[in-house]
Design a protein around this ligand. Structure first.
Ligand SMILES: Cc1cc2nc3c(=O)[nH]c(=O)nc-3n(C[C@H](O)[C@H](O)[C@H](O)COP(=O)(O)OP(=O)(O)OC[C@H]3O[C@@H](n4cnc5c(N)ncnc54)[C@H](O)[C@@H]3O)c2cc1C
Length: 248
């Protein structure tokens, strides 16, 4: 049943077909829309749930590739939030509401002509990059470096997939970095906030303002900090693409 006063024609029902819990308050779901929803890699779909008789909806970036017949989302529980505490209870077989028009301009920038693409994410901010990488051709004619930040390593969600893809695709490098290494003494990978290690990776990769598009997604503070670092390194505003998941 639609909640009272909800115009069903504006929505497409979706069924949760799979769920994977990845870390504290972090999970990945796959949703099969009743009819397909077209989107481009990097776009978001608005997801809603009926709670207390009302429909509460929020935008979520799609992590699946457009060719897949299900939508995949990487979700974070926001304590005290209006939607995620309810969404967190949704399991396989549960129904969600989906707006049928995907939106957003956080897309892979083909038009720039840049060979290098520097993608920086905090936790669930990896979703658009996962979609872009899943969509890319095996012999893509560019270089992609994904720098992915989280507090601890069980928050990355897609590290296994992205590391495996990077082994098979010479154009991809994936660098997970944890900001609380003292909680994980055995961690052998990069340490520090992504914005603090970004410059090191740009320089080591030979990424330059004139040949690189940078993308930042997730935590607004990280995005602002990274924007400052890239701007000081000479990046033009139009070569820095941003998707803030919330405003502070
Ligand atoms: C374009 C776009 C794409 C997005 N994609 C994703 C996605 O793929 N995965 C995902 O988990 N979220 C994503 N978000 C965030 C999502 O839309 C919601 O804002 C989030 O899930 C919180 O919803 P809520 O109703 O539980 O909390 P709300 O009641 O909306 O918010 C409560 C408070 O928490 C703040 N807040 C929102 N998100 C966070 C957060 N992650 N950490 C800390 N504070 C926060 C809000 O600004 C607000 O002050 C995206 C947002 C945008 C704008």
């Amino acid at each position: 049943m639609a909640p009272a006063g909800i115009d069903e024609s504006k929505y497409r029902k979706g069924i949760v077909t799979a769920r994977r819990d990845v870390g504290e308050g972090l999970w990945i779901v796959r949703v099969r829309p009743r009819d397909p929803i077209a989107f481009r890699a990097g776009q978001y779909v608005t997801v809603g749930l009926q709670t207390e008789g009302k429909l509460v909806e929020r935008p979520y970036t799609v992590a699946s590739a457009p060719r897949e017949d299900e939508l995949e989302f990487f979700l974070e529980l926001v304590s005290g939030g209006k939607l995620t505490p309810h969404l967190h209870h949704a399991g396989v077989g549960d129904e969600v509401y989906l707006r049928p028009a995907a939106k957003g301009r956080f897309l892979f920038d083909e038009a720039s002509g840049h060979r290098n693409h520097f993608m920086v994410a905090t936790v669930t901010g990896a979703a658009p990059f996962v979609s872009m990488i899943r969509s890319a051709a095996a012999d893509a004619p560019y270089r992609v470096l994904v720098l992915h930040g989280a507090s601890v390593s069980n928050e990355f969600g897609y590290a296994g997939e992205l590391l495996e893809t990077s082994r098979r695709r010479s154009w991809l490098e994936y660098v997970p970095s944890i900001s609380r290494p003292w909680l994980e003494p055995g961690w052998k990978g990069e340490r520090g906030r992504v914005e603090d290690v970004a410059r090191k990776y740009i320089d080591a990769a030979g990424f330059r303002p004139g040949n690189t598009t940078a993308y930042a997604c997730g935590n607004p503070q990280m995005i602002r900090n990274l924007e400052g670092i890239l701007t000081r390194a000479g990046f033009a505003r139009e070569s820095i693409k941003e998707e803030m998941y919330w405003r502070e």
